[in-house]
Design a protein around this ligand. Structure first.
Ligand code: ATP
Ligand code: ZN
Length: 285
């Protein structure tokens, strides 16, 4: 029987979320210490623990069938792999930053200047689109200190809150790429492996859909039920059940968390009370 080989980051910012995703998908891993390869116990999958930068090459070579890593690394390595699914975690951006004191005129600032980065390929493509010629200095870690030690006039680095840049006397001036964790796959999986991947993707979708939706329950006077039902989407339509108290009903529905906050005032206006909002673990349409 076929097994699908999934490569995830061995240790780093993506590892915990990658393992959590497997767990939420009901896939248990047989964990040993310092293992490179671990089989799943209840799903036809094997987990390979690798450096994230190596994952695209392994997937291209077919050593791994699929992998989880940042879109930034997928684009930088530019291997022939397919991005199957955006996973919604490890959101960050790849940005250009310059010393705070610089009066930044636009990308032309970088003309003939030195830029330190771990992302030379993405950066050089970006500079080409801006018709800017700059000297790219590839360094693999602590890019943000390059300007203060006189190595570069700017940096191109991963930013999430911007606090690392700030504490190094830099400011973000251009966003080159918005990134998040993605699932990549080899472009020539066997039909058996494709089948396992489809099952895995189905579970990921159910988990991610559940995360952005909430189960809500509220009580409302009967004469307002139709207005409230109009407001609430629900999976098919909301469930309305009578309460023991005459003239009142309970309404159950599933709503997108964002939409819930938008409709809360209207619900209260319609006399809804005792509103409960509960997380959903899995959601299958
Ligand atoms: P490795 O040793 O495996 O090569 P690394 O140092 O390259 O690890 P990490 O710092 O663990 O990588 O980051 C992995 C990925 O997490 C990055 O490629 C990026 O997609 C994402 N990431 C990086 N920094 C942040 C951040 N501050 N917030 C959110 N996501 C981030
Ligand atoms: Zn890395």
């Amino acid at each position: 029987m076929s097994t699908l080989k999934l490569a995830i980051q061995k240790s780093g910012r993506l590892s915990d979320s990658s393992k959590a995703l497997l767990k939420e998908c009901g896939i248990s891993i047989q964990n040993g210490k310092n293992q490179l390869l671990a089989p799943a116990v209840n799903f036809p999958m094997e987990i390979l623990y690798l450096r994230d930068d190596d994952i695209p090459q392994y997937v291209e070579d077919g050593v791994a069938d699929i992998g989880i890593l940042g879109e930034n690394v997928v684009q930088e390595t530019d291997k022939s792999v397919v991005v199957s699914q955006q996973l919604g975690f490890s959101k960050c951006r790849l940005s250009l930053a310059v010393p705070k004191a610089v009066d930044y005129p636009g990308p032309s600032y970088f003309q003939s200047k030195r830029i330190a980065t771990s992302y030379p390929n993405i950066l050089s493509k970006y500079l080409q689109t801006q018709n800017v010629e700059a000297e790219i200095h590839k360094i693999s870690g602590s890019v943000e200190i390059a300007p203060s030690i006189g190595l570069a006039e700017g940096v191109c680095d991963i930013v999430s809150s911007g606090s690392t840049l700030f504490s190094n006397g830099l400011k973000e001036v251009e966003v080159i790429l918005k990134s998040q964790a993605v699932l990549i796959a080899s472009d020539n999986l066997s039909p058996e492996k494709q089948d396992i991947l489809d099952k895995f993707l189905f579970r990921i979708e159910a988990v991610n859909r559940a995360k952005s939706n909430k189960y809500i329950i509220m009580n409302a006077p009967n004469e307002k039920v139709s207005e409230i039902v109009q407001l609430l989407p629900g999976m098919r339509s909301p469930t309305v059940v009578p309460l023991a108290t005459e003239g009142w009903s309970a309404i159950h529905s599933v709503v997108n968390e964002q939409k819930f906050w938008e409709m809360i005032d209207k619900l209260k206006e319609y006399g809804a009370e005792g509103i409960l909002v509960a997380p959903i673990e899995k959601m299958i349409l």
